[in-house]
Design a protein around this ligand. Sequence first.
Ligand code: SF4
Length: 411
Amino acid sequence: MKRLATATEASRYQREWFAGLRARVAGGEPLAVVNADVPHEIFRAMDIPYVVSQWWASVIAAKQRSGHYLELLRQRGLPDHSEQYNALTLASALDPDEGPWGGLPKPAIVVGDASGDVTRKIFDLWGREPGVTFYPLESAAGNEVPANWWELMPHRWEQAIGPARLDLLTAELENLVRFLETTTGRRFRESRFREVMALVNEQEEWNRRTRDLIARTRPAPISVADGIPGVMLPQWHRGTEWARDAARRFHDEVRERVDAGHAVCPGERARLMWIGRGLWYDMGFYQRFQDEYGAVFVWSMYLAIAADGYIRYGDDPMRALAARFAAFTDQLYTPPWSSEWYVKEARLHGIDGVVHLVSDDPRGSYFTARALESAGFPVIEIEADNVDARTYDGDRVAARIGHWLEDAVLR
Ligand code: SF4
């Protein structure tokens, strides 16, 4: 099966964009390194160039360079076995000229939320580098959360998240804007911010249509290995016209495949769900089970969270942006929000079996597996880190999954 044209185009765009970003920073503009779950929309609206930390870590892993960078951490006396996903980008600052694509330029600002002790410490280390300021965002929690958040979020997010958490993050974002205005000299204009917010909703609406199309099409028109670049590269450019149009082209290409009756695996016998972060150093993994078993990975969180987790309408754009991120971690990792959502998605996609990647910071993974199993879905857990190839034995993992498919899924 040919790679999707939209995925190829998105990869090409990403390289060009990165070259342009390096040129901007070389010309004296400030670079921000931000976590995946911080509100990029503010940086977009203020035209401050930024790189997403996890995206950069995934590039390092895909280039099979994670061992080198983790070794650099070790040489500095820093742990190389904890939160590697976040630590890799920090490590690339220790060796700036050797990185993929010419290397990551040095940031002036790093922003992350304090969602865990380790993440916070990694960002603190960034903040100790000369010339780098760390701006932390708090991560608030709530006791009462509705399990059907995906129905409430687009319009009734105030009800879903609760005013206290929204008040806190809105105030922090207003302070972030002030901080950025003072440190970079850029101005924040609300009219521009509203345009960015509208583009994001349009983009994610396209992703929602694509998710729904894949969910109801048998046999599957694309596999997750095609779908992840199609959704995630534009996601890192959220709030641009390019990203909105890329999401639409991705949808249209999937639609064409469906209309033409193209199947990624014509002999499809089982539809699989992949829970966890992408296995960036071994993206060929997802195709392995098609020829031998007719088992196709049709689901990953990337398209699904784009469809359900981002869309926010409302008249107050800063509060709507706070609503996009105040409960982001909960949507993916805090039961019952996360576990109910995985079950809902498994049903929607007609899933026959779930492969669950459990890293050493599993965040609720026990509850995810339990919820899926009690809903009748067979689950296999594999233990590996999604960017640390040193801990991964692809053939052994594939053999385990093969046995599980035969014993539990294809019976
Ligand atoms: S996989 Fe999880 S931690 Fe990594 S970018 Fe996605 S949401 Fe964030």
